[in-house]
Design a protein. Sequence first.
Lengths: 229, 843
Amino acid sequence: MSPIIRSRGLSKTVPLAAPPGGGQVSQLAILQDIDIEIIPGEAVAIVGASGSGKSTLLGLLAGLDVPSAGKIEIDGNDLFSLDEDGRALLRARLLGFVFQSFQLLSALNALENVMLPLELAGIAGAAESAKAMLQRVGLGERLHHYPKYLSGGEQQRVALARAFVVKPKLLLADEPTGNLDAATGAAVIDLLFGLNAEAGTTLVLVTHDEALARRCGRIVRLAAGRVTN
Amino acid sequence: MTAMATPGAAHAMRDLSLLRLALRMLVRDWRAGELRVLALALVVAVSSVTSVGFFADRIRQGILRDAHQLLGADALLDADHAWPAEISAEIRKSGLAFAELMSFVSMARSDAASQLSGVKAVSEGYPLRGKLRIAMALNAADEATTQVPERGSVWVDERLALALERKVGDTLQLGEATLRIGAILTLEPDRNASFFNIAPRLLMRIEDLPATGLVQEGSRIRYNLLAAGEPDAVKRFEAWVKPRLGRGESLQDLENASPSVRNSIERGEQFVGLTALLAVILAAVAVSLSTRRYTARHLNGFAVMRCFGATQARLLALSACEFVLLGAAASVAGCVLGFLAQFVIAAFVTQFVGTALPAPSPLPALQGILVGMALLLGFALPPLLQLKNVPALRVLRRDLGAPAEGALVAWTLGLAVIGALLVWQAGSVRLGLVVLAGFAAAFALFGVIAYAGLRLAGRAGSGAGVTWRYGMANLKRHARANTVQILALAVGLTALLMLSFTLDDLISTWKRKIPPEAPNRFIVNIQPGQAADIGAMFKDAGIAAPAIYPMVRGRYVAHNGRQLEVSALNEHDRHTVEREFNLSFMESQQPYNSVIAGAWFSAADLRAGAVSVEEGMARRLGWNLGDTLTWQVAGRNFTAPITSIRKLDWDSMRVNFFVIATPPLLADAPASYISAFHLPEGRLAFANSISQRFPNLTLVDMSAILRQAQLIIDQVVQAVRFVFLFALAAGLLVLYSALLATQDERAQESALMRALGASRRQILAAQRAEFLVLGLSSGLLAAAGASAIGWSIARFVFQFPYQMNAWVWLAGPLAGLACVAWNARAGARAALDHPPLLVLREA
């Protein structure tokens, strides 16, 4: 089976501020020479300490950022041969996201937040699909609640519904329990894995939580910008 | 899961149209309260412009219609001799309505008295425009009529009936004819067309005129032919008749209709128009501020949408579409509101024209929508354009993606839009640019002062206590955002101060231009020996004796030694120079005239001879300082240089002259004298005693005209006050959006402090020092702004001196403090009245 994600020689460096009194601007390597292959249906955890480059890697895999060197193929598409709009269209077709800080739009209620990616993709029947998805995550009674009136766990469940409603081939999750207490986090993760199994989605999950990582089929460990396993 | 989209089925699903999605986003943003200030600002701007536009349109149509009424026709031919029959035949042939009249001054008599009266003999059909009004008895209710007096009868006005001690049904003598009084004439629509129509009036049938024996060789009679009908037919007739006009014949145009009233209305319109513009400028600031807030609050949303795969182009199209929909809806709402509001304005001013105003044309609505969309494009689009550049990576890293300001593009576009609107509204490039430059300079100056002040305040706080130091450090840290807030507050407060103080000052200064004691009677035809006796009569009656000026009839014959070529002048100027001028002579300048070029007669001028001319006449006839003018007076010519050009105050109702000569030039010429005085209420007997003692004098009662001018000013004042409510609304919106601009940040800061254990008192105290500086600076800048704008309007637009109001310097800073204090409380309350987590969660 051909991989849904393949990265080769992926590196990301950023310039550091010039030292006081002048002198050459040095570069900080955030990611160095990352080679990863993930096959469809796999659940992969990317783990590492703070500053190890996990979120940067996730951003690159989603095409939200561009690497300093190397390439990524998503479902056979060379991500960085596309321009920003091309990558956006690819995301629309293949990707779903779950963020640590939920990233719900405060002006939209729960239902509208879930409808949004369907509407942007021009898919009809958005309201019905979104309602069904919210019922699936247990928020059928809170369709018209705004994010600020939802608890952290409820907000993340809305975010899960939003991620899965477009039936993505690939779901990228950035510390999905990072802003939640242990019990709520566990419930959200159960839901995430349940939905993932139902839809057969490939899951790439960034976390520093070893227990969570172990629930994935494979763990990629990062330290100082390099894959260590 | 059945309702969920299945893979591969997306292509079968119907695309949501961009418009539908934009409309959905608009509804959601509206419901979330994100767009209300922006929409309100647009509604206020558009309704302000359209209400004034609709009103001005109706007034313009009304003036045009009433100008026709003032002529009593669409076209009026005037001559000092009878018109050839071919002219009236041509009018009839052109399919136009026709009437004719003859007017002259003659003595009407009864057994009890005789009275000089203005006689108008009319044919059936008169007037072709407007209506006569008559009453069947003195002090009885009058009504409009389409009739003219029956053969053998006359209609007289109240003054003539009283003077002759006659009532309806009695008879009077006119020349050799005895005529019955058929009604009391209460209104002739064309009564203002001629100055001398102010004499007591008598209306009769033209067919009765031969019986009076008054029409004889040498009688001073005006012969008028009236025509009215389809505009094109009127134009064709005018074109036909113009080349056929001989000496002493003229075609009256609408310009002749009541110039002083038109002047007042035009000035009023200008005042009202500028007031509306103030609302537009303020609305522009509110639009700009609220779009900035919208942009700031939508950064994350746009990043998320980019993450979901929305392209830049689609996001741009979506938000542009959303804003255009909003702009269109707000503009239409503004037009409707403006249309309703103009009824209120019109209600204030319908007395201008005596009857209801014509319905407005739809053009102002189009103008209003253009203003709304221009404001949106100029002030909302630039910040909105930045949203499309928000990096999708912002979803992972919050610090990314506050888009670059693009300040230059935004401000250039905004200034260009405002500039174009100003020039359009002001109707003059110069005036528009002056106002624009004024506002741009004020903005720049306010900005620089505020920014420098904040930086300095930041430094000043370093040695102070903790609270003060925290506040000052905050000012310095948010120097740019605070500068914007001070600017916006200052602009909003400027509008408030202008409404509360400056406008009243301007209006009262304007009203003072026609003081209640302005002259209301002219005395014409005073003979040289009578001046001293008239002065004595005033003294005996306890009324201030008026200045009496000599008046000499003279014909203008040459300019700089060159004989005047009448044929080279346009029609209007030809009429001016063909008439005899009323020249005067005096040594000292009239106190209410001001010399704007050259200098009033010096001792050398008085010896050598010189003339002083009026500015407008000089412009029309091409007279410059130093030019020599030659005049023919009583068969003798004199030539003198122009040594000064004067600006006259036509509103003063005083005696004014276009041309004044040094006394020796005219001392020997046959002169009569003219004077103007204020007859106090209830002293009519004094005026009558002058007439009785000096029967040769003509006393002209100007009080009706004066009352009309004062009425117009009062009504314009009401209209301006009403329109200023729009400016006030826009000012409040600016204040509100300026306060909202930092409210989120303040609420979050307060929530954070509270989460860290600060009490309500401590939170409020921590912000106090900061707000003291913000409020005071905004208020002081606003006071300076309101004073400067008031002075500029007085000086450059209305050309009268303006007395600054000291109270604005107290009210401005106090209002500034009040606004900022309210903002502080609102921001703190948002944090204090809700759990800190709720506020922080929104961050």
